[in-house]
Each structure stands twice: as structure tokens, then as C-alpha cells.
Ligand binder design. Structure first.
Ligand code: DGY
Length: 427
């Protein structure tokens, strides 16, 4: 861990700050993204606590009246990004996209509290009701039949946009003849072979059109929309975030809310059993329209540890399979199984390694005493960054840095893990 690189990581956060909120990377993503902002707060917490809380507070400026916190908040129109506010037509102020993203905020707020002072506790208490309302939205609008499986209405809601997990749902969709013509902007910033395909974009835009045409009626989008799939990432991130929110509720004396959160946790524990795909030996995505499973273990299957989900036998099976996957690539953990024909080592979520998923994975593994695997995941992540730079994602075979550069969440994870290493050295 070099001090030059930690200084560089800090500077990336500072440079990507747009005045209270941070962009994931200039040009490619010029607005405030939901889970990116939560990880930005984690990074800021290493050197500027007040700024860390500001990031979370500005994220909630975009919260909808029904509790949803959208995946992008558009504070101004930026021609570098498509699809912008005019396409989403959220009808909210500030304008935003029309669905959410993995709710990591409660876990990061709790981490700030646990590692901070009474000021951190006060900030967390002030945000509590907003976070609670957001989780409630997930447990109602994304679990419409009360199965305990949390669905997504758009691949972008998972944060894992073009993972092969979503091929099932996307391939079953029809693109309407009256879909407006559009021009992608992302491939002006990043090589097209590192990004989703145009067939996938047509389907992404089809879902946005459905949401816009029904005035973002979320019950209707989940029931009748073109796409509804259960996502192990949202499921496990929410389960972990519920546990962290529960600790906060108890600490703040919020008895009624604590009871509600306990019931969410119990239901999702049952629900995640419906995501166990025996044939794949892993928790997998599942099409909620047909019941069909995605057929491979992914990096987010491993978040079962972070969530405290699954049985001991299921977790042991995940560890075994993780070993086989890691033998098939140089750097862990790939976002898709390198032994599968759908694996593409450079294309966004169809193979590359992502620092934020590795961060959550390593935390969960450590908590379950899987120290060796956690250490491997951590050291691979740091080596990738040290060799290639602060990229958005990395090729698990060659180690090449891909996607956007000077990336906020990659810098944030580097900062947090360097702090851990320094604390260890000092102890
Ligand atoms: C994009 O535009 O690629 C984003 O990932 C959508 O959230």
C-alpha cells in the first residue's frame, strides 16, 4: 500500500466532488448515482467525516414521496450522458431515474457510527426515518407477493447492468416498434467491447418507456412490466442493510420500527432459500415471471456471507465452488463464471472484477472466519489497483483496468483497505 496511491485515491474523491455529491467518474457518469454515493461516503469517512455524511444526505434529497431512493439524481442536464432526465420524466424535483439500486446506505451509516463519535451517531439518527422508509419501499414494491424474494424491474436496478443473469428476462422481452430512436453516449467514452450491447440497450430503453408511460406506478411495473427478476445482489445487500438498520433502531429506542425490521429479516431469510439453485450449487438470479433460474454462481452469490444468509451446507458449497472459479482466473472475484461460454473478461458485468463487490464479499467472509479467502480477495483487489490504476472494473485474466478511470468507488475501497492495513501495522 503506497502513500502515493492513498493520496491519489483521496484526490480522486475530491476531484469528483460536485459540491456535496460525488460523480462516479467524469463524463461517463456525470450525475449522482445511488450505491456509488454510498461507497463515496465510505471513502470520505477516512479523511472527512462531515463530507461523508453530506454525501448520504444529498442522496436522500432525491428520495421519492413513496420512499424510493432513485438510482440516478439529475441536478442539471448533462449532454455527456444518455438516458438523461428528459427520457425518464420522473416528475420529481430534483429529477431522477425511475427505479432504485442496491441499498448499501444503512450498512455504511452503521459503519460510520461504529468507527466514529457522537456526531456520527447524531447524523445516523437524523437519517434513520428516511432509510427506514426506503427499506419499506423495497419490502413492498419489490416483493409484491410477499415471497421474501426481492425483485428488480430493470437490470440497472441491480447495479449489475448486463450480467448474463439478466439474459433470461431480457431475451423474453419484445422491443416495441415505436421505441424512439436514440444515440448512446457511453461508447463515446469507453470502448464498445467493455460496455453492454445495443440489443441490451434497446431492452433497457423499453423498460424505461413502460415505466414512463405508466407514470412510474411501481406496483404496476412489478406486476405487468416487461421485466421482473429476483436479484441475489439486492437481496443480500438489503438483508445486510436491514440487520444494520435494526441495530440502529434498537440503539435509537425505535421499538416499533425494530419489530418491523425483524419481520423483514425473517421473511427475506425464507425468501433467499428460493434463490438457491441446486443445479448450479449457488444462490442465483431468478425470473419471477417464469420461475426460471440463471444457471451460474456469480460474485454476488458470495454475498450470502455478508448477508448472514443460507445454511452452513450452502455456504460450504459456495466456498468450494469459489475455489474452482478462482483457479480459472488470475484475479478474483469475477462477476461471471470463467468456465461458462457467456464469460467475457472485458465486458462490464459479464466477467470483470469489481472492487465494491469484493469489499462486501471480503467483509462477509471475514465475519464467518473464512480469513484466507477474504485475504485473497482483498490482496487481488489491491494488486489490480496498484498495477492498473483506479479503474471502474478489471479484467480477471489479464488484470487490465477497464471502463471509466479515476473511479470514485474504486478509490474509496482502496482508502478504506489502506486504513485497515495501517491500523494493523500500528497495532
Ligand atoms: C449506465 O448508464 O451504464 C449506468 O450503469 C446505468 O445505471
Amino acid at each position: 500500500m503506497t502513500s502515493d496511491l492513498t493520496a491519489r485515491a483521496r484526490q480522486i474523491l475530491i476531484d469528483n466532488d460536485r459540491g456535496g455529491f460525488t460523480v462516479p467518474t467524469p463524463r461517463l457518469y456525470p450525475y449522482q448515482w445511488n450505491w456509488d454515493s454510498a461507497f463515496a461516503a465510505l471513502g470520505f469517512s477516512v479523511f472527512d467525516r462531515a463530507r461523508a455524511w453530506r454525501e448520504l444526505e444529498t442522496l436522500f434529497e432525491g428520495q421519492w414521496a413513496d420512499g424510493m431512493v432513485p438510482h440516478i439524481i439529475f441536478r442539471r442536464n448533462d449532454p455527456d450522458y444518455f438516458p438523461g432526465p428528459a427520457i425518464w420524466q420522473s416528475g420529481t424535483m430534483p429529477p431522477s431515474s425511475g427505479h432504485s439500486q442496491p441499498p448499501v446506505v444503512a450498512s455504511i451509516a452503521r459503519h460510520l457510527m461504529d468507527t466514529g463519535s457522537t456526531a456520527d451517531r447524531d447524523h445516523a439518527e437524523a437519517l434513520f426515518d428516511r432509510i427506514f422508509t426506503w427499506h419499506n419501499w423495497f419490502h413492498t414494491m419489490r416483493d409484491i407477493d410477499g415471497s421474501g424474494m426481492i425483485g428488480i424491474v430493470h437490470p440497472w436496478e441491480s447495479g449489475r447492468d448486463n450480467c448474463p443473469d439478466w439474459d433470461l428476462g431480457l431475451d423474453a422481452m419484445e422491443v416495441p416498434a415505436d421505441l424512439d430512436r436514440y444515440e448512446r453516449r457511453d461508447i463515446h467514452c469507453v470502448d464498445a467491447d467493455e460496455r453492454p450491447t445495443s440489443q441490451q440497450y434497446d431492452r433497457y430503453l423499453t423498460i424505461v418507456k413502460f415505466g414512463r408511460d405508466c407514470g412510474w406506478d411501481h406496483r404496476r411495473i412489478a406486476k405487468e412490466g416487461p421485466f421482473f427478476m429476483a436479484d441475489p445482489c439486492i437481496q443480500f445487500v438489503l438483508m445486510r442493510a436491514d440487520r444494520d438498520l435494526l441495530e440502529m433502531a434498537r440503539g435509537f429506542g425505535r421499538i416499533d420500527e425494530a419489530r418491523r425490521i425483524e419481520s423483514w429479516i425473517a421473511k427475506c431469510r425464507e425468501g433467499c432459500q428460493r434463490l438457491w439453485n441446486k443445479d448450479a450449487g449457488a444462490f442465483c438470479a431468478r425470473d419471477l415471471k417464469t420461475g426460471r433460474f440463471s444457471d451460474r454462481m456469480t460474485n454476488v452469490s458470495m454475498l450470502a456471507f455478508y448477508a448472514g444468509a443460507g445454511t452452513a451446507a450452502q455456504r460450504a458449497a459456495l466456498i468450494d465452488q469459489a475455489g474452482d472459479i478462482l483457479k480459472a482466473c488470475r484475479y478474483g472475484f469475477p462477476s461471471w463464471d470463467p468456465r461458462s461460454p457467456a464469460f467475457e473478461s472485458r465486458r462490464y458485468w459479464r466477467g470483470p472484477v469489481w472492487a465494491v463487490v469484493n469489499y462486501m464479499m471480503a467483509r462477509g467472509l471475514e465475519e464467518y472466519g473464512e480469513a484466507a479467502l477474504a485475504a485473497r480477495i482483498k490482496s487481488d483487489t489491491l494488486e489490480l489497483i496498484e498495477r492498473a490504476g483506479f479503474f471502474e472494473y478489471f479484467d480477471p485474466i489479464s488484470g487490465e483496468g477497464l471502463g471509466g478511470g479515476n473511479f470514485t468507488w474504486t478509490a474509496a475501497i482502496y482508502l478504506v483497505w489502506s486504513l485497515d492495513a495501517n491500523t494493523l501495522q500500528a497495532a
